[in-house]
Design a protein around this ligand. Structure first.
Ligand SMILES: [Zn+2]
Length: 459
């Protein structure tokens, strides 16, 4: 009883804390929860909602399982003040007619709906829970940002192009220096089950990928395991395999995975930049050999002892890639992926020379050569003329990403030291207005922290 009361109080504190900013967003209910448009909804907002509904059907059918069922009143969620919501929750907790077992160990939002604060008011929109396999599940909230810059800036993290799940609050708690939630994150943080994406050209495949994570986490929950315990290479592999299959894209991941195998790479120690391509190839291999249902049933085993499972999968999986003939373009793509050149370029976006972008376009379409990677680094190693105040401010907002990437990768070979010097020096030269010094340390950060996996391999 005490425990339930405590949870209620914590909840109220969270809501009032979150209502402090003056956020600008629009909440649009969709059958599985809500789409939250950061800023005004774009002109083709309905296009994204329609696509998302179809994507849920397609992703679930692709894996041979029933999609979740929307709640009856999904289109007209209850609107109430946060005070009334809190009072109602307390009454329900204290009511003798409601068994306390309804609350202990269960998510309130499944019983009473998920509250999402309305912008600039004390009102809440209560999203009813959809259900799946006869159980209520948290609604899915999709946060749609106008572009990648605003999304990454709001999250204080420039390393991602889309996310699923509640990693933001986790990240804020775990980082040594939390950047603090921005007002535009309010609706996102209010839910336990979310997707965030920007309205860039590739939003459809990002959405397919993130919805596949939603499916995976529901299956994990159903089978009594935790999505967060899955080996990341498998979680990302399932998501990318789904998105590639649904879009009918080519099998470029196969060449990257083959390059990893032919370089002697192991399945239980895949570096983060290769999780997606190597993961896709493992999932493709397992689906071909055992079928989609067996793969989904195996998730608890993957979560429980990945080293053992990986050892069992390795011989056959390796053999399937060993004879793959790799071109120069494939090897260059592999190196570029390992060095995360796409992220390096995005970090430098405010001052990136167009020639460097052209090199990346070549590399990531498999038309590059290993010499293009050296050419990329050579191009960006010379500081461009001092940028505008605005461009420098955009670079400065990216500084925390060095720490975030370092943190997520784990501390290898004393790189954390390099990162610490990067942060200290970036701040020093920024505050002193020394562009040459600042740029030098920014590139050092890209090489030592972001591109670390490719860098250490080369010695
Ligand atoms: Zn993912």
């Amino acid at each position: 009883m005490k425990r339930a009361l405590f949870a209620g109080l914590v909840f109220l504190t969270a809501i009032s804390f979150l209502s402090l900013g003056a956020p600008d967003y629009t909440i649009v209910p969709w059958p599985y929860g809500a789409v939250v448009w950061i800023g005004a909804p774009s002109q083709d907002a309905q296009t994204m909602v329609d696509y998302a509904i179809r994507a849920v059907q397609n992703v679930f059918r692709f894996w041979g399982i029933h999609p979740p069922s929307p709640a009856a009143n999904w289109a007209h969620p209850v609107q109430t003040s946060s005070q009334a919501w809190y009072r109602g929750t307390m009454e329900q907790i204290q009511s003798p007619s409601v068994p306390i077992t309804d609350f202990i160990g269960r998510d309130y939002s499944l019983i009473r709906g998920t509250p999402v604060p309305e912008p600039g008011s004390d009102e809440l929109l209560i999203l009813p829970a959809p259900s799946w396999e006869r159980e209520k599940i948290p609604p899915l909230i999709i946060g749609a940002y106008p572009d990648r810059e605003s999304m990454n800036a709001a999250c204080g993290d420039y390393s991602f192009i889309g996310t699923y799940g509640p990693p933001l609050s986790f990240r804020a708690l775990m980082l040594e220096k939390p950047t603090g939630p921005s007002a535009s994150l309010i609706p996102i943080l209010a839910s336990g089950s979310d997707i965030i994406l920007p309205r860039t050209d590739d939003w459809r495949s990002i959405l397919d990928h993130e919805i596949a994570h939603w499916l995976t986490s529901l299956v994990c929950r159903y089978e009594g395991t935790d999505f967060g315990s899955l080996p990341p290479v498998m979680a990302e592999g399932i998501a990318d395999y789904t998105a590639y299959s649904l879009s009918g894209a080519g099998r470029r991941w196969e060449n990257v995975a083959a390059a990893w195998v032919q370089a002697g790479g192991k399945l239980d120690s895949v570096p983060p930049p290769l999780w997606y391509d190597v993961g896709t190839s493992v999932v493709d291999y397992l689906v071909e050999r055992k079928g989609k249902d067996v793969l989904l049933y195996s998730l608890p085993e993957f979560a429980a002892d990945w080293a053992r499972q990986a050892a069992a999968i390795t011989p056959g999986w390796r053999a399937s890639l060993h004879n793959e003939k790799l071109t120069d373009g494939d090897r260059a793509l592999y190196e570029a992926t390992l060095e995360r050149l796409d992220l390096c370029a995005w970090m430098l976006d405010p001052v990136l020379p167009p020639e460097a972008q052209a090199l990346l376009d070549k590399l990531y379409t498999g038309k590059g050569a290993p010499s293009d990677i050296d050419a990329f680094w050579k191009l960006i190693s010379t500081a461009p003329p001092p940028p505008s105040h605005d461009a420098w401010a955009r670079l400065a907002r990216r500084e925390d990403t060095f720490r975030i990437v370092q943190y997520r990768d784990g501390d290898r070979n004393g790189e954390r030291m390099a990162r610490a010097r990067v942060e200290i020096n970036l701040r020093k030269y920024r505050e002193g207005g020394d562009w040459q010094g600042y740029y030098h340390w920014f590139i050092t950060g890209l090489r030592k922290v972001i591109a670390a996996w490719g860098d250490t391999k080369g010695g």
